[in-house]
Design a protein around this ligand. Structure first.
Ligand SMILES: [Zn+2]
Length: 231
């Protein structure tokens, strides 16, 4: 049976919750037959851990994972990448978190996924991006996805569309959706650092810790620190 949806699976929290929700959607049941997952290696400090999680999540849900390596991206300028500087600590809204923007990331990812989707006859690409409570990443904004969807729709003569169903959701709502969908949070990677254990101090860790706290839920992953910093 051919897959009829594609999901961008980074191995992070958002894409894991998205896959969990899709797996519980009757139209896509069983998810193992309907979904092709795609994971990108683009040279971020946490990419290795993310990819391992994407592999484990794919195994958990029984979906095929297509792993794509984008060597050129590791030379782009961003502290998120291995060649960049230190990952800033503190809350996501801090100006310093802008250093973690990776130029063109979602545009590159969507272009590649669109090409694969068109080739494989897959009509819908799901991506777990969310603008949430911060607007640091220009390629995570609703207007970006509207434009990207338009471009992909034209490029594929109406065949492929992009769905970003969590684009307006807050992180705490994404976690709640994941809890309801019984997402295996233990095999998700959020921390931006290259440390195998989540630091708990970078913007990404802080946002995740806060989202679980707001749901009165326990985050099963290990942290060096679980202390929430003031905004
Ligand atoms: Zn961290």
């Amino acid at each position: 049976v051919k897959a009829n949806i594609m999901v961008s699976l980074s191995g992070g929290l958002d894409s894991a919750c998205l896959l969990g929700v899709l797996a519980n959607t009757p139209a896509f049941s069983p998810i193992s037959k309907s979904c092709l997952a795609v994971n990108f290696y683009y040279g971020s400090k946490h990419n290795l851990y993310e990819r391992r999680c994407a592999q484990q999540l794919s195994e958990h849900y029984g979906v095929t994972l297509r792993e794509i390596d984008l060597d050129f991206m590791r030379d782009l300028k961003s502290t998120l990448l291995k060649g960049g500087g230190e990952i800033p600590e503190g809350h996501y809204e801090a100006e310093t978190m802008r250093q973690t923007v990776v130029p063109g990331r979602n545009l590159v990812f969507l272009s590649i996924m669109s090409a694969i989707a068109e080739s494989e006859g897959i009509r819908t690409i799901y991506i777990g991006a969310h603008s949430g409570d911060h607007h640091i990443y220009p390629d995570c904004r609703p207007e970006f996805f509207a434009a990207a969807n338009g471009a992909i729709n034209r490029s594929t003569v109406g065949m492929v569309q992009v769905m970003a169903p969590m684009i307006l959701a807050k992180k705490k709502d994404i976690v709640l959706a994941g809890i309801k969908a019984k997402v295996p949070f233990a095999i998700t990677r959020t921390c931006y650092t290259d440390d195998p254990v989540a630091c708990g101090r970078c913007g990404s860790c802080q946002e995740r810790l806060e989202a679980f706290a707001l749901n009165n839920a326990n985050d099963p992953i290990e942290y060096e620190s679980r202390i929430l910093m003031p905004k």
